[in-house]
Ligand binder design. Structure first.
Ligand code: ADP
Ligand code: MG
Length: 243
């Protein structure tokens, strides 16, 4: 049987703020081509976990590996821009003074013709090739979100971190945008760690769910299994109001 290595592996991550652990002993793997969802109620420590992986916060204990390479433990630390990580946050704004083309090209290095091809490939994938020369303020919220997705994917990051990336969008458009985002992520073969507090979103998008509560992962598995066999009453209640 072929052995596949995870794109991202975190081991026993712990983060303490003012004597209070907000992330406790969190371990997780994200496999190539898969969307792993870190799901849990507001305040349970999801964003803190993502910030630590991205390198903008530092764990008190634990290790982070990207493509089998140690990028951070408590003594060794690779800076954020050299971790091969793509980021998408709710308020991860586009550069207003740059065209759509230049926004997507922003993180790209190397040959000019290759960069140009990559930008056009991605804008085609998100359905915005015709908006190349436009500026962010000329686009709708959903279109801006698609440009941000293209920008984050452009340098082919080993792992994409997405923190509630749909929460700023019109409720009526969310499912459509979730589905088209998922199509793009799958076409790109991206490995994704998606943070959300909405069970519905996790069920719709995840290959794997890690259910988080009070800083800990309380259950992990395929969406169908977690939905059908919640670990306890609290987990069952969390899924019960799914829309
Ligand atoms: P989530 O993303 O799941 O809503 P967060 O990771 O943002 O949760 O926050 C988890 C807990 O850690 C919350 O109680 C929050 O108030 C606290 N917290 C987050 N960042 C800091 C910080 N820099 N200093 C102190 N407490 C923080
Ligand atoms: Mg958060």
């Amino acid at each position: 049987m072929p052995v596949t290595d995870p794109r991202l592996e975190i081991r026993n991550i712990t983060r303490v703020f003012a004597g209070r652990p907000v992330v406790s002993d969190v371990s997780l793997k994200v496999m190539p081509g898969q969307v792993t969802c870190l799901l849990g109620p507001s305040g349970c420590g999801k964003s803190t976990t993502l910030r630590i992986i991205a390198g903008v916060d530092m764990q008190d204990r634990g290790e982070i590996h990207v493509d089998g390479r140690l990028v951070c433990d408590t003594v060794y630390r690779v800076p954020p821009e050299r971790r091969s990580i793509g980021l998408m946050f709710q308020d991860f704004a586009l550069f207003p003074h740059l065209s759509v083309r230049d926004n997507v090209a922003f993180g790209l290095r190397g040959d000019k013709a290759a960069r140009r091809r990559r930008v056009e490939e991605l804008l085609d994938r998100v359905g915005l090739l015709s908006a190349l020369a436009k500026y962010p303020h000329e686009l709708s919220g959903g279109e801006q979100q698609r440009v941000a997705l293209a920008r984050a994917l452009a340098p082919r990051p080993s792992i994409m971190l997405m923190d509630e990336p749909f929460s700023g969008l019109d409720e009526r458009l969310k499912d459509e945008i979730r589905d088209s985002t998922l199509d793009v992520l799958k076409e790109e073969g991206a490995a994704v760690l998606l943070v959300t507090h909405e069970p519905h979103e996790a069920m719709r998008m995840a290959d794997e769910i890690a259910l988080m509560r009070d800083g800990r992962i309380v259950q992990q598995g395929a969406p169908y299994n977690i939905y059908n066999a919640p670990v306890d009453r609290q987990a069952a209640a969390f899924f019960s109001d799914i829309n």
